[in-house]
Design a protein around this ligand. Structure first.
Ligand code: NAD
Length: 471
């Protein structure tokens, strides 16, 4: 077992003084493969104090020097690619080949993308006799989840550092290794002491201590809507700025005239990616009622090919879920839907002998009121719902408490684009168009506040300040 006992505070690895040793579990073998000590409240104070001391100097550093520092981090993170892929694949359970590309390759490229965007960023502009500067917000607490650990850390830390903020990162207690390896990369990159700090621990203790800390100016949080609501309330009390990337229940709306086979295939693949543990996954497939039979048959056919197994095995398409608790929660939601009259389609592949697996599940005869159609499941579960008129389809797509992502399938014409424009989601894909890391990402309603990715990610960490110049 590898012990990770170190935090990163004020430019150096530091011992953790918390009471708990937290386990890191391999979600396939169910074995603990590492453990690490959580931070104490005094460690949190030390990390925030270091970030506060470093802030004025880092914010005053010319943006191009910050860009150079971020490029050094990017290069050092790239050196860790193999170790990152191994750790994330074991922690999260994503098949290794996929994890190398999506969990590691894409975030490493994003460090350089943010650096390029910071070069082009308008740090200062003129509006009449006013000079408008984009000024760093301050000390930022970055709190991240486990499902795409390096991606979510990168989406906060890279733009925050480029903006001139100093940070304290609290990664998910279930998938802490990426953050540990990132701290090593920051050390190698030689950033000024205190600009980046890392504390480990649970959300309730270490995360909340950061959110409450009077010297934290902003909280950038990605995670569940439940925790986001709690964090926003605490931050509201302190008038702290918040950015919240929360849950989703995204719809794929198939319009008459769409390529149904392509729509079912892409929606199912997106829903099952990372075993359904993707916030923007399209988990509701909405089709014209007369197409339900064809959609059911297409989905059932595809299910059998989703081979489950060892994430290290190149033939595995679907890995386990992150934890026993998540496995039980997802199984419970499926059982509840079946008891309420839903029906499973096809014959999903066999369960491996160990690991936190849930069979990939497509549910038909689902009514919009069922929990499985309304709430985020965060497992490999797709629901299929029929609609009558296009207006009904749009109403169904928009009819949840969330608004993170959506997809529209239809003829490539103005009518399909018009439907896409009416969906209340931060990111809408037409006919399976791929993810664009430079485009804004974030939610309406209970899916959050603010936007990440591209230059919108940098915008989150700056405050516009106007200086009126004399005539
Ligand atoms: P979670 O809310 O349980 O935890 C997320 C992080 O918040 C962890 O680091 C946790 O320790 C911390 N935390 C929990 N309670 C806290 C509190 N009271 N105060 C401070 N910190 C606290 O979420 P999770 O289970 O790790 O991740 C899954 C959730 O994240 C899903 O709901 C998913 O939709 C969401 N998510 C959203 C996005 C997005 O971009 N919108 C991306 C990925 C995941």
């Amino acid at each position: 077992m590898t012990p990770f006992k170190q935090l990163f505070i004020d430019g150096a690895m530091a011992p953790a003084h918390g009471a708990d040793d937290l386990p890191v579990t391999d979600s396939f073998t169910e074995e603990t493969f590492a453990s690490y000590r959580s931070a104490s409240l005094a460690d949190v104070d030390a990390a925030v104090a270091a970030a506060r001391r470093a802030f004025a100097g880092w914010a005053a550093t010319p943006p191009m020097e910050r860009v150079a520092a971020v490029r050094r981090i990017a290069a050092a993170v790239r050196e860790q690619s193999e170790a990152l892929t191994t750790a994330i694949s074991r922690e999260v359970g994503m098949p290794r080949k996929l994890a190398a590309r999506i969990q590691v390759g894409a975030p490493i490229a994003a460090w350089d993308m943010y650096a390029d965007l910071a070069v082009a960023f308008e740090w200062e502009s003129r509006i009449g006799h006013s000079l408008v500067q984009q000024v760093a917000t301050g000390v930022v607490a970055c709190i991240t989840p486990w499902n795409y650990p390096l991606h979510q850390i990168t989406g906060k830390i890279a733009p925050a550092l480029l903006a001139g903020c100093t940070v304290v990162l609290k990664p998910s207690e279930l998938a802490p290794t990426s953050a540990f390896l990132l701290a090593e990369a920051v050390r190698q990159a030689g950033l000024p002491a205190g600009v980046f700090n890392l504390v480990h621990g649970t959300g309730a203790e270490v995360g909340e201590a950061l959110v409450r800390h009077p010297d934290v100016d902003m909280v950038s949080f990605t995670g569940s809507t439940r925790a986001g609501r709690h964090i926003a309330a605490i931050a509201g009390d302190g008038i702290k700025r918040v950015a919240l990337e929360l849950g989703g229940k995204s719809a794929a709306l198939v319009l008459p005239g769409a390529d149904l086979a392509a729509a079912v295939k892409t929606t199912l693949a997106g829903c099952m990616l990372n075993s359904g543990q993707t916030c923007s996954a399209t988990t509701r497939l909405l089709v014209p009622r007369t197409w339900l039979g064809a959609a059911e048959a297409a989905a059932a056919d595809l299910l059998a090919a989703l081979r489950m197994g060892d994430p290290a095995d190149g033939a595995t398409r679907l890995g386990p879920l992150i934890s026993k608790a998540q496995q039980r929660k997802v199984e419970g939601l499926i059982a509840e839907a079946l008891a309420a009259g839903a029906r499973t389609l096809g014959s999903p592949p066999e369960l491996p002998p160990h690991g936190y697996f849930v069979r990939p599940t497509v549910l038909a005869d689902v009514t919009p009121g069922m929990a499985v159609a309304r709430d985020e499941v965060f497992g490999p579960v797709l629901v299929l719902i029929g609609y009558d008129e296009v207006e009904d389809g749009i109403a169904l797509a928009n009819g949840t408490d969330y608004g993170l992502a959506a997809a529209v399938w239809g003829p490539v014409d103005a009518a399909t684009l018009a439907v896409a424009r009416r969906l209340r989601a931060g990111q809408v894909d037409i006919n399976g168009a791929p993810f664009n890391p430079a485009a804004p990402f974030g939610g309406f309603k209970q899916s959050g506040i603010g936007r990440e990715n591209g230059r919108y990610g940098i915008d989150e960490f700056v405050e516009p300040v106007s200086i009126q110049l004399p005539a």
